[in-house]
Design a protein around this ligand. Structure first.
Ligand SMILES: NC(=O)c1ccc[n+]([C@@H]2O[C@H](COP(=O)([O-])OP(=O)(O)OC[C@H]3O[C@@H](n4cnc5c(N)ncnc54)[C@H](O)[C@@H]3O)[C@@H](O)[C@H]2O)c1
Length: 385
């Protein structure tokens, strides 16, 4: 599958790099404020306004965050004042909202997963390509200082040749903080598609594409009680696997161990560890941009914290770790001729790898992936370049 970068002669290249890109946000829920706050850090982005299926939510969000509200999603998507639609709807609406925005001639950046099914995601990528539009997708946290620092260390051979990687998605407590986490327990989410994209994207950035997946998946508990203080529902019927375990075979020969669960109430597991021929690297939470990357370069040596190769976006411990927007700036950079890193090609490959765990579990076979993507371009400039 090919995802060509737009050439200098097509529609995409006519974007006016002299003014900020006008961003229209669709979906004014829980994550909305983090995008508004995060995008404000990028001078190449200007928020034109927001819209929601429920107009009252758009109005409330617009008032709270001092942005304009469109009267409907159609108004926003059809507006000549919007260049890029940022799709922050729940996963089940991602494909339809993205398709409508592409049909209206807008570039789109969509929250993860790019779609709930690989077939839909591939259709969207093809639609964008045929229309000369850019489609980008979360997660964008691999653009942060932590993942870029880990990548430089691996590429520079600080742990020798990578042999294995282990990644553990263990955040199990959404029902204690999200007002209505129902969608997290439905097809299109679960720990695999909700948090898995951070981990798989991070690993693909560090180690390259995945060739094959074998896995097992199950539902831990048929219902979940919601205890969030601002809850809009009391309990949830679980309809997607909440505990998955997989072996990932990377094209490079690296073997990955991947656990994704909403059923782990406590643990002593790392986020992501990479085992090389001479050393080990331990990465910070791939759901954040910054964090400490630890390596033990050789047996007998002490663990050391690597110096970040790019500046951190926020204090490691601050809530700004979860502020979004870098991926939207990445898409706008690509409109202006920079590499597109948080691209549809990457998101499709990540979705296929995650989808493959359930396919493998159901069909009791190793699943060979059909998509591939190159590692995204490194973000940091090397001193010797
Ligand atoms: N909540 C988080 O902390 C978080 C963090 C990172 C990423 N995300 C991702 O962001 C997306 C949104 O998550 P959220 O937690 O904000 O969800 P949410 O349910 O709080 O908000 C979604 C909003 O989209 C609106 N909506 C639903 N269908 C729509 C449609 N067809 N057209 C227009 N609007 C529609 C809803 O009315 C709601 O206001 C998801 O893909 C999620 O995975 C969420």
């Amino acid at each position: 599958l090919a995802f060509p970068t737009p050439s200098a002669t097509n529609e995409v290249a006519r974007f006016d790099a002299e003014r900020p890109a006008a961003i229209g946000i669709v979906g004014c829920g829980n994550v909305f404020g983090r995008y508004v706050g995060g995008m404000a850090r990028f001078q190449e982005l200007h928020i034109a306004g927001c819209a929601d299926l429920l107009p009252e939510r758009a109005l409330a969000a617009a008032e709270e965050h001092a942005v304009a509200a469109y009267s409907s999603v159609q108004d926003l998507i059809g507006s000549p004042d919007v260049d890029v639609v940022v799709n922050l709807t729940p996963p089940s609406a991602h494909a339809a909202v993205t398709a409508a925005a592409l049909d209206a001639g807008k570039h789109v950046y969509v929250e993860k997963p790019i779609a709930t099914k690989l077939a839909d995601a591939l259709r969207l990528a093809e639609r964008a390509r045929d229309a000369g539009l850019l489609l980008g997708s979360a997660p964008d946290t691999f653009l942060g200082s932590a993942n870029q620092t880990a990548r430089r260390a691996i590429d520079d051979g600080l742990i020798g040749a990578p042999i294995g990687v282990a990644a553990f998605v263990t955040a199990s407590k959404s029902e204690t903080w999200h007002p209505d986490p129902t969608f997290l327990f439905q097809p299109g989410a679960g720990p695999a598609l909700d948090l898995g994209p951070y981990y798989i994207t991070s690993m693909v950035n560090l180690l390259g594409p995945i060739r094959a997946v074998a896995g097992s998946a199950r539902i831990g508990s048929p219902t979940r009680e919601v205890t969030s203080p601002r809850r809009r529902v009391e309990s949830i019927i679980v309809t997607t696997p909440t505990h998955l375990s997989a072996t990932l075979e990377f094209e490079s020969g690296v073997i990955g161990t991947f656990l994704a669960s909403f059923d782990i109430w406590d643990h002593h597991l790392p986020y992501i560890e990479i085992y090389g021929s001479t050393g080990t690297l331990t990465a910070s939470d791939p759901n954040g941009y910054d964090g400490n990357i630890l390596i033990k370069a050789r047996a007998g040596e002490a663990w050391c914290t690597l110096t970040p190769v790019i500046a951190a976006a926020a204090a490691t411990s601050s809530a700004d770790q979860f502020v979004r927007g870098a991926g939207v700036a990445d898409l706008v950079g690509a409109l202006n001729g920079q590499p597109h890193r948080a691209s549809a090609a990457l998101a499709c490959h990540v979705l296929e790898a995650l989808e493959a765990i359930e396919v493998s579990s159901r069909e009791r076979r190793v699943v060979e992936l059909t998509t591939r993507c190159d590692r995204p371009a490194e973000l940091s400039a090397r001193n010797d370049e």
